[in-house]
Ligand binder design. Structure first.
Ligand SMILES: Cc1cc2nc3c(=O)[nH]c(=O)nc-3n(C[C@H](O)[C@H](O)[C@H](O)COP(=O)(O)O)c2cc1C
Length: 159
């Protein structure tokens, strides 16, 4: 397999952009992710690939629930905020205010929609672990909002 072609082919996959957040006690983790998809209707499952050496991976492995904050088309800046290491200060993550959801996972202010999920399986396949998670709570703030798509940002995470 040609490595350059592999990269070009895998970069043809399409993605959204989300901020995944988790909190347990005074430990919090947040990361912008694109490797995320629904994986079952009943029960409602989603799968997310999380970098093995990240703070989010550590918290999900310890049993924390997660909030997936779905970014609006105009929230590229918020995506950038969560490429950086997580800073929890009061009720803010990297300066963005949050409120605890039904499961305690942080819901970021200003996003059009979010859901909360609990991990039901994990597959440590490579440099990322695939977490399969059941959706247990949903939040819809702006039903008409367009969402941020990876292709429109000019960024790549894949290949
Ligand atoms: C465009 C882009 C997409 C990303 N997608 C993912 C992803 O799907 N899964 C993941 O674990 N990290 C992803 N990352 C990396 C995380 O955003 C980053 O590692 C994390 O916010 C930093 O947390 P840490 O300091 O705990 O590692 C992506 C980064 C970029 C620049």
């Amino acid at each position: 397999m040609d490595a350059q072609v592999k990269k070009q082919v895998l970069r043809k996959l399409t993605y959204g952009l989300y901020v995944a957040t988790a909190k347990q006690g005074d430990q919090a983790a947040a990361a912008t992710v694109n490797w995320l998809s629904q994986a079952s209707f009943q029960p409602p499952l989603v799968m997310m690939a999380v970098k093995a050496d990240s703070g989010l991976h550590a918290l999900l492995s310890q049993g924390a629930t997660v909030a997936v904050n779905i970014l609006g088309a105009d929230q590229k800046g918020m995506a950038e905020t969560f490429f950086r290491p997580t800073q929890l200060e009061g009720n803010t993550l990297n300066g963005v205010p949050f409120t605890p959801g039904e499961t305690g996972a942080p819901l970021l202010q200003g996003v059009p929609a979010a859901f909360e999920a609990k991990v039901v399986h994990s597959y440590a396949g490579g440099d990322h672990t695939v977490f399969v998670m059941e959706v247990v709570a949903v939040h819809l703030y702006d039903p008409e909002a367009k969402v941020l798509e990876m292709w429109d940002t000019g960024w790549f995470y894949g290949g």
